[in-house]
Write a protein of this length. Sequence first.
Length: 281
Amino acid sequence: MMKNKIAILCILMMFISQAWAYEKNLTKWEEVSRPKDKLSADARIWGYAANYSNNEWRVSTKDLVPIAELMKDYSYVAGEKPEFQPKAEKFTEGHAFLKVEDGWLIGFNKGEWGGALYWFSFDGKKNYKISGHQIVAFLDTADGIIAIEGLAHLGLSKGSIIKIYRDSAWKTETIFTLPQAPETATILRNGSFLIVLSDSLVTYSKGIGLKTLISDAEWGGLYPNSIVLSNDNNKAYIGMRQFVAEYDIKTNSLRFLIPDKSFLNKLKKETEEQIRKQYGG
C-alpha cells in the first residue's frame, strides 16, 4: 500500500512539474489567431476564455532576450525597492518605486480605492504627500522623471502623463491627458514613450504629441502588466492574462502568443453553447 501511495505521489509530482515547465524565450512562442469578426460568437468565446484564464504572464529580458514568466505573486513589483515597508494614509503597499537623490518616490495605486504619490526618506521615517495621482509606472528620462497615472474601472478609463520635479519640495505637473488609463509603458530608442492603454497602444513624444498605433487592441479584459522591447527595438512584448502580445513596430501589427496550445484556456462546452445562442454562430 505504501509503495502504491509513493508511486501515485511521484506521478502527481511529475504532472505538476510538467505543468510548470514551459519555454520562456518569447521568440519561440506560438501565435493564437483571433477571430476576424469581433462581434461574432467565436470572438466572444475567445475573449471570455482568455479573461477566465489562470495564467498571468510578466515579461522581462534575460541576456538581451525577451522572456515571459508566470506570475506567482500578483503584488510583485519589478526594479529596486526600499528596505522599509512604506505606509501612508490608508495605503500599506507601494505600487511603483523610484530612488531619487534625497530618498524615494513611491506611488500607491489601489485601483477604485484610490492612490497617491509620496516622497519617503531613505530610511522611511519621514514622508509627505506629493499628489493624489494613481501612479502606474515611473519613466526616468533625459528630460527628468516622468510617470504615467490613471484608473480604469466600471466603464471609466482616464489617465495622464505627468512630470515629477523637485523645487523646495517634490511636485507634479501634467504634461498630457491620455484618452484612456495607462497599464504599462517603456521608452523607445528615439526617446518617445510607448504606452499600453486599457484598450489601445499609443506613442507620445514632446514634439509630436500622441499617436495611436492600435486603436482596438482587444486586451481590455486581460490586464496588461509589463512591457519590454526586443534587443533591436523592432518589437515590443506586453505581458498580460493568458497571452503575451507581440507588437511589430515596423509593420504596425499585433500578435497574441502562448508557449504552446496546452496553455490555452478553454470554456466548458455548455458555456460555449450559451454564448453561441446569445450571439449567433
